[in-house]
Design a protein around this ligand. Structure first.
Ligand SMILES: C[S@@+](CC[C@H](N)C(=O)[O-])C[C@H]1O[C@@H](n2cnc3c(N)ncnc32)[C@H](O)[C@@H]1O
Length: 196
C-alpha cells in the first residue's frame, strides 16, 4: 500500500469507532438546498460524516475514501443514525471521478485539482457542488502542511466559473484558513437536490 494511504489507515485505526455524527456547518447552512432524493457522492469521505448527513436529508449517498477502516467506521455511524449509505474504497489519485451524474458532489478537506476540473461535468443539470478545504492561510498555523494541498486566493471562482455560485469564500480573508464554494450546475428545474 502507498505510504500516504497507509498513514490514513493508521490514523483511522486509532480513531474512535463509535464517534458521534459531526456535521460541517457549511452543509448545515445549505441543508434546504441539499435535501432531496437524488444521488450524492462524498469524496475523500473519511468516517463518512457528510455522507451520513446527506443520507439523513434524503439523498442516496455514496462515500468514497482510500481507507477501508474509515469507511467501516462510517458504515457503523450510518447504522446508528438510522440511514443507509454505500461505501466505495478507491485511490482518487488513480481513479477518475465516479461517473454520475450526481445531484450532490461533496468534497471536504481534500484537494485534487485534477478532480476539481472533472466535478462540474459529473453533476447533473441543477446538481450541487459543496467543496471546502484548506487554503494558503492555513500554512501560518500549520507550516508543516504540504503547500501543494492548499488553495490559492481566487482559485475556486476561476475553477468553477461554469457553475452558478450561492456561497463562496475564496481565500481573500487571512482569518479564514479554509476556502469553500456551494454552487449549482446550470439547468434542471428543481430548487433542491434530486427533485424533492
Ligand atoms: C482530512 S481527511 C477529510 C475527511 C472528511 N472529508 C472530513 O472532512 O472529515 C482527508 C481524507 O482523504 C482521504 N484520502 C487521502 N488521499 C486519498 C486518495 N488518494 N484517495 C482517496 N482518499 C484519500 C483520507 O483517507 C482522509 O479520509
Amino acid at each position: 500500500m502507498r505510504a500516504d494511504i497507509e498513514r490514513w489507515e493508521a490514523k483511522y485505526r486509532k480513531a474512535d469507532p463509535r464517534q458521534a455524527l459531526q456535521v460541517d456547518p457549511l452543509l448545515q447552512a445549505h441543508s434546504d438546498r441539499l435535501r432531496g432524493d437524488g444521488t450524492a457522492l462524498d469524496l475523500a469521505a473519511g468516517a463518512c460524516h457528510a455522507a451520513v448527513y446527506l443520507a439523513k436529508l434524503g439523498l442516496m449517498a455514496t462515500a468514497l475514501d482510500c481507507s477501508a477502516t474509515a469507511l467501516s467506521i462510517g458504515q457503523r455511524l450510518a447504522q446508528r443514525e438510522g440511514v443507509a449509505i454505500t461505501t466505495h474504497q478507491a485511490d482518487l489519485d488513480e481513479t477518475p471521478l465516479p461517473t454520475g451524474p450526481w445531484a450532490v458532489l461533496c468534497c471536504l478537506r481534500f484537494l485534487s485539482r485534477d478532480l476539481m476540473t472533472q466535478m462540474p461535468g459529473a453533476l447533473e443539470p441543477g446538481g450541487l457542488l459543496v467543496l471546502k478545504t484548506f487554503n494558503v492561510h492555513h500554512l501560518v498555523k500549520a507550516p508543516a502542511f504540504n503547500p501543494a494541498y492548499v488553495l490559492q486566493p481566487g482559485e475556486l471562482e476561476s475553477t468553477f466559473v461554469a457553475l452558478e455560485t450561492f456561497d463562496l469564500s475564496d481565500g481573500h480573508d487571512p482569518a479564514e484558513a479554509q476556502s469553500w464554494i456551494v454552487a449549482r450546475r446550470p439547468g434542471g428545474c428543481s430548487e433542491s437536490a434530486g427533485g424533492n
